[in-house]
Design a binder for this molecule. Structure first.
Ligand code: GMT
Length: 377
């Protein structure tokens, strides 16, 4: 198949999944055309059958705001015609599904490649819910020939809040490259962050308010009170200064490293002892899955789709939102008991390999594409 993929190219789960999907499809013989305003952050080096089309943005003094939605529609249309795309797959509904719908309307005369929209999270649970965006988000979803959601939770919320018929949404979970994300890989930077007797606690996110990164620091301070440990914070975003300030207030700033955005998270996760995810909403939690794949148990808030990814009491321990004390106790239990940690670590890896491995999930997309192309969706 010739597949066009549109996603956000910046650091974030939806862009990561879309890119890994495109790479995986190309490895399986498909031709993949990424269409976005910048090269997706996980797309590096030359890859056979993978192409990138940058969306051109015309600047004109009359336009106070750049018209990305239109520019993207034009780029999708252009790519679909030039490359004879069989299918267009957009990740994150806003504005990608709308741009792709416009492109398809223009394509009618050229045969019209069907559109698949994958819902990822805040496109449904936050941004799309805003009254000004709700109707156009629903419209764009309904006009997609195929719709997938990354978790049962996200499907349920889409049915409930957007009135999309249940049978229109296929749940295809996110996946992880379990060969890349694995324990003990080389290089691994354990000794850079911690001495042999110290535990490494890790958090990876875009530091937006939804991630509650101050809670991460508070849980870590509770761990640090019990044992030698370091907290590695990877990523960047608006709440980083608040997290740094909280670390200072709690007297743990010397044990907390803020790395900023990092292009090779697998080199960090592969030597972590515990992953913290304290989001107040999370439709899936890709970073948690990548941690599991590295045999790193997860402690976090059991909201949204996270319990579908992290089996509570098996590969991680999940508590209620804002229950910092409970999360701290859970983290200390896991880190303070080697046997328990090893059991959880083994289960974490098994969950990632058996349920969310690339080779399990990629064929589901291929089958779904075939169903959409065959008109049975
Ligand atoms: O929805 C967002 O906040 C952005 C999005 C992204 O691009 O990172 O994250 C969502 O999609 C990820 C990939 O499917 C999921 O792992 C995240 O759980 C989800 N974020 C939220 O639901 C907050």
């Amino acid at each position: 198949m010739k597949i066009g993929i549109t996603c956000y190219p910046t650091y974030g789960g939806s862009g990561a999944v879309a890119t890994e999907l495109g790479i995986g499809l190309a490895d399986r013989g498909h031709e993949v055309h990424f269409i976005s305003y910048a090269q997706p952050f996980r797309l590096s080096g030359f890859r056979e059958r993978v192409y990138f089309h940058e969306v051109e943005m015309e600047r004109y003094p009359l336009f106070e705001h750049p018209h990305y939605t239109l520019a993207l529609a034009a780029a999708i249309h252009d790519t679909a015609v030039r490359e004879s795309l069989d299918l267009i797959h957009v990740h994150y509904a806003i504005p990608h599904a709308t741009s792709a719908w416009i492109a398809r309307e223009m394509l009618e005369e050229n045969g019209g490649a069907p559109l698949v929209t994958t819902l990822h999270g805040t496109d449904i649970t936050l941004v799309g819910l805003h009254p000004s965006f709700h109707p156009i988000t629903r419209f764009s979803i309904m006009r997609s020939q195929g719709v997938t959601a990354v978790s049962d939770f996200l499907k349920e919320v889409t049915v409930r809040d957007f009135g999309v018929p249940e049978e229109r949404i296929e749940v295809i979970p996110n996946f992880v490259d379990t060969e890349l994300f694995r324990r003990g890989r080389d290089p691994c930077h354990r000794e850079v962050f911690a001495s042999a007797d110290e535990k490494i606690v890790m958090h990876v996110s875009n530091f937006r308010p939804v991630k509650r990164v101050v809670d991460v620091v508070e849980v870590f301070a509770g761990i640090r009170g019990e044992m030698p440990a370091k907290l590695v914070m990877a990523g960047d975003g608006p709440d980083r200064p608040r997290a740094a300030e909280r670390a200072r207030q709690l007297g743990v700033e010397r044990d907390v490293v803020f790395l900023g955005k990092h292009g090779a998270i697998e080199e960090l996760l592969s030597c972590a002892d515990l992953f913290l995810m304290t989001s107040d909403r999370e439709s899936f939690g890709l970073a948690a899955l990548e941690a599991l794949s590295c045999g790193v148990p997860v402690v976090g808030y059991g909201v949204g789709g996270l319990p579908e990814v992290v089996p509570d009491g098996e590969a991680g321990l999940l508590v209620g939102v804002g229950e910092v004390g409970e999360a701290t106790a859970a983290a200390n239990d896991l880190l303070g008991d080697v046997r328990l940690w090893e059991r959880f670590s083994g289960a974490a890896r098994a969950v990632a390999v058996e349920r969310f491995g690339r080779s399990c999930v990629l064929p589901r997309y291929e089958e779904y594409y075939q169903a959409v192309l065959g008109g049975s969706r």
